[in-house]
Design a protein around this ligand. Structure first.
Ligand SMILES: Nc1ncnc2c1ncn2[C@@H]1O[C@H](COP(=O)(O)OP(=O)(O)OP(=O)(O)O)[C@@H](O)[C@H]1O
Ligand SMILES: Nc1nc2c(c(=O)[nH]1)N=C(CO)CN2
Length: 166
């Protein structure tokens, strides 16, 4: 049994449905169980800023899939939900990023775990700490709660709680 954390983001309408549908598709896989879901947050776009606000959340899953099979399944969901890669960091129906997989560290051409940018992004760290403040980032030797505490407070305060997905 493996524990992984996945970040979800959407900024193309209907954002909430894309999050819901992605979670349903994850739950459909017999080797994935969604254990916990964070609240959903509305967040200003980071990076490429000329785009709509995102809904972001994070989930904790239990899985029998390897990291690469989990990534493949997540990419299949992105495809099924109509994600088009047009602009780097641009608008998307759904984005699924694997943040953590057990305490493992790996780097291949397709997959870096822990996710290389996670600790810099309030839109990732706030939902992750909500799901599990004790989640451990092995590359930083800190918990999600500790890493969140190091992010600029204006950025963290700008995240507004939008609701929950049942
Ligand atoms: N931990 C990871 N989770 C998801 N994808 C990853 C991860 N590590 C590497 N990748 C690779 O990143 C590639 C680009 O992913 P994607 O298009 O979702 O990037 P992005 O969401 O626009 O940017 P970012 O990676 O900065 O969040 C994917 O094809 C995948 O192979
Ligand atoms: N607020 C917010 N900004 C982003 C997001 C995201 O999910 N939320 N994803 C990006 C590329 O992964 C780039 N910028």
């Amino acid at each position: 049994m493996n524990i992984a954390y996945i970040a979800l983001g959407s900024n193309i309408s209907p954002r909430e449905s894309f999050l819901k549908d992605a979670i349903s598709l994850l739950e459909e896989h017999e080797d994935i169980t969604v254990l916990k879901k964070s609240a959903v947050y509305e967040t200003a776009p980071v990076g490429y800023t000329e785009q709509n606000d995102f809904l972001n959340m994070a989930i904790q899953v239990k899985t029998e899939l390897s990291p690469s099979l989990l990534l493949e399944y997540c990419q299949g969901i992105e495809e099924e939900l109509g994600r088009k890669r047009v602009i780097k960091w641009g608008p998307r129906t759904i984005d699924l990023d694997i943040l953590l997989y057990n305490q493992e560290r790996m780097e291949t051409e397709q997959l870096t775990i822990p996710h290389p940018h996670m600790h810099e992004r309030a839109f990732v760290m706030v939902p992750l700490a909500d799901v599990d403040a004790q989640a451990y980032l092995p590359h930083l030797q800190q918990t999600a709660g500790e890493v969140l505490g190091l992010l600029p407070s204006e950025e963290v305060r700008s995240m507004s709680k939008w609701g929950r997905i049942q």
